[in-house]
Design a protein around this ligand. Structure first.
Ligand code: FES
Length: 149
């Protein structure tokens, strides 16, 4: 009786192993099938909305050549500058020292809290306690409009 029982257990384990292998194969084949589905279905929905209507940040004419302009992007304060006519750069307006809001001055960006000064064209620190440059924000110019991205 005992050998028969052992044989039965072995048989069951082998059968179970085969079933597990079949499940594993089935599980492995599912992602392959899913990979053939165009990956664009979910990401494109959110991406196409942004691509279809890029966010306008400012008009080019509102940014003085050689000067800057304060603006917002997605509710966050940013700084725009037009170092040379038609070229626009943008930075986060959050000071890299302690997070105060940096403002445009005549030919640079200044932090009112501890007087850090930033280069208008590069965002690099010109003076004060700020440890590093302002974070860059990607913008593009389309005709007379400055767009996010
Ligand atoms: Fe801007 Fe201190 S927070 S210089």
């Amino acid at each position: 009786m005992t050998p028969a029982l052992n044989l039965s257990r072995r048989t069951m384990m082998l059968a179970g192993g085969g079933a597990a292998a079949a499940v594993t194969l089935a599980a492995c084949s599912s992602p392959t099938d899913a990979a053939t589905v165009p990956p664009s279905s979910a990401p494109t929905d959110s991406g196409s909305a942004a691509a279809a209507s890029p966010t306008e940040i400012a008009k080019l004419a509102d940014i003085p050549v050689g000067g800057g302009l304060a603006a917002t992007l997605d509710g966050q304060p940013i700084l725009l500058a037009q170092p040379t006519k038609g070229t626009v750069v943008a930075f986060s307006a959050i000071c890299t020292h302690q997070g105060c809001k940096v403002k445009p001055a005549a030919t640079e960006f200044d932090c009112p809290c501890h007087q850090s000064r930033y280069d208008l064209a590069t965002g690099e620190v010109l003076g004060g306690p700020a440890p590093r440059a302002l974070d860059k924000v990607t913008v593009t110019v389309d005709g007379d409009t400055v767009l996010a991205g």
